[in-house]
Ligand binder design. Structure first.
Ligand SMILES: NC(=O)C1=CN([C@@H]2O[C@H](COP(=O)(O)OP(=O)(O)OC[C@H]3O[C@@H](n4cnc5c(N)ncnc54)[C@H](O)[C@@H]3O)[C@@H](O)[C@H]2O)C=CC1
Ligand SMILES: O=C1O[C@@H]([C@H](O)CO)[C@H](O)[C@H]1O
Length: 308
């Protein structure tokens, strides 16, 4: 079986940390070219732009996008128009409207698309989903706190319009919640704390609910200490389910549960491979909708300036 020939756009932190190692570990894929504006990727042909990669590079079947969300829409549209399958890092675009247009275009082009909500592939998520499917939910508490200086060092884009600020990691928690919970969530209120020199929040408190009045609270913090807190606690009539370490650890009533041994990005690329084989797509907009709604209804409080 011929491998899927892959191009990658945006050889930055996550591409180097996760995408290229996952691609190289999966024999169903062959990374053949990169388009990036920073350091080149060893072992493949490098280009300064997607246009150059498509016009002058070796043939690719699919393209993975690891650029910042601002400007990504035009790039993915260009790849779809060229008939390429696309894997798009989260958040899929800088706006909900752009993401909706990509969903339509992938269908029109008859290619496979994946919005890579990577946290949904964390080792404990599917076991958690199975347990919750037969339980009666009472409340959900999300705490998603990390140090932006550790995970996005020197990345000015994250503080600019479309960069989402603390919702860039926070959307991961929302992608897990929307995957675990049966009913659509909606935002009731939000408080956004925005540094005086930034366009996006460094912290946020969000109150959500669903059609059965489930109480869902989220606390996001981008200026947290070095030890991340990535946890979701779901109280049910039958017991308490808790995901920690971004979904890598699962406990029920304090007892650790067996989880998958597959890493997030290995699972992301295995899913992409299956979508291409099945001529299918997985382009979920729900996490981005909740972020958009948080910005719609969020009250803003100015806080001290942020300096990297
Ligand atoms: N930093 C992290 O820990 C994680 C980041 N992500 C997501 O991945 C995306 C990228 O994040 P990072 O890798 O941290 O950012 P980054 O700033 O380290 O990398 C972005 C890369 O895109 C390149 N680039 C920008 N515009 C381009 C264009 N028009 N054509 C070609 N290359 C272009 C830049 O040169 C840079 O190498 C974001 O959407 C982020 O939410 C996902 C998981 C973790
Ligand atoms: O998607 C993201 O994940 C975190 C961090 O890499 C933990 O996985 C990062 O802040 C965000 O972009």
């Amino acid at each position: 079986m011929q491998p899927i020939r892959l191009g990658l756009v945006g050889y930055g932190k996550i591409a180097q940390d996760q995408h290229v190692p996952a691609i190289n570990a999966n024999p169903a894929f062959q990374l053949v070219s990169v388009a990036t504006q920073g350091r080149p990727c060893a072992g493949v042909e490098n280009f300064q732009s997607l246009s150059e990669l498509l016009e002058r590079g070796p043939h690719v079947d699919a393209i993975a996008f690891c650029t910042p969300p601002q400007g990504r829409f035009a790039l993915v549209r260009q790849a779809l128009a060229a008939g390429k399958h696309v894997l798009v890092e989260k958040p899929p675009c800088a706006t909900l409207g752009e993401a909706m247009a990509l969903v339509d275009q992938a269908e029109e082009q008859g290619v496979s698309g994946l919005f890579a909500w990577h946290s949904r592939y964390a080792p404990g998520i599917e076991a958690a989903r199975d347990w919750l499917a037969t339980r009666t939910l009472q409340s959900v508490q999300i705490d998603w706190k990390e140090d932006v200086r550790k995970w996005h060092p020197g990345q000015a884009w994250i503080w600019q319009p479309g960069g989402l600020g603390v919702f860039d990691p926070g959307i991961n928690a929302l992608s897990i919640a929307t995957h675990l919970l049966a009913l659509p969530l909606f935002v009731e209120s939000a408080e956004l704390r925005v540094p005086a020199n930034c366009q996006s929040p460094i912290a946020a408190s969000i109150k959500m609910s669903d059609a059965r009045h489930l109480d869902v609270r989220a606390e996001f913090d981008f200026d947290h200490g070095h030890d991340e807190l990535w946890s979701i606690e779901i109280r049910c009539t039958e017991g308490i389910l808790r995901l920690d370490n971004g979904g890598a650890r699962l406990s029920i009533d304090g007892v650790r549960q067996a989880v998958s041994e597959e890493g997030e990005y290995a699972a992301v690329y295995r899913h992409f491979q299956q979508l291409i084989a099945d001529k299918a797509s997985d382009l979920d907009l729900q996490p981005l909708r909740l972020v958009a709604d948080s910005f719609f209804v969020g009250s803003r409080t100015e806080v001290e300036p942020f300096f990297d």
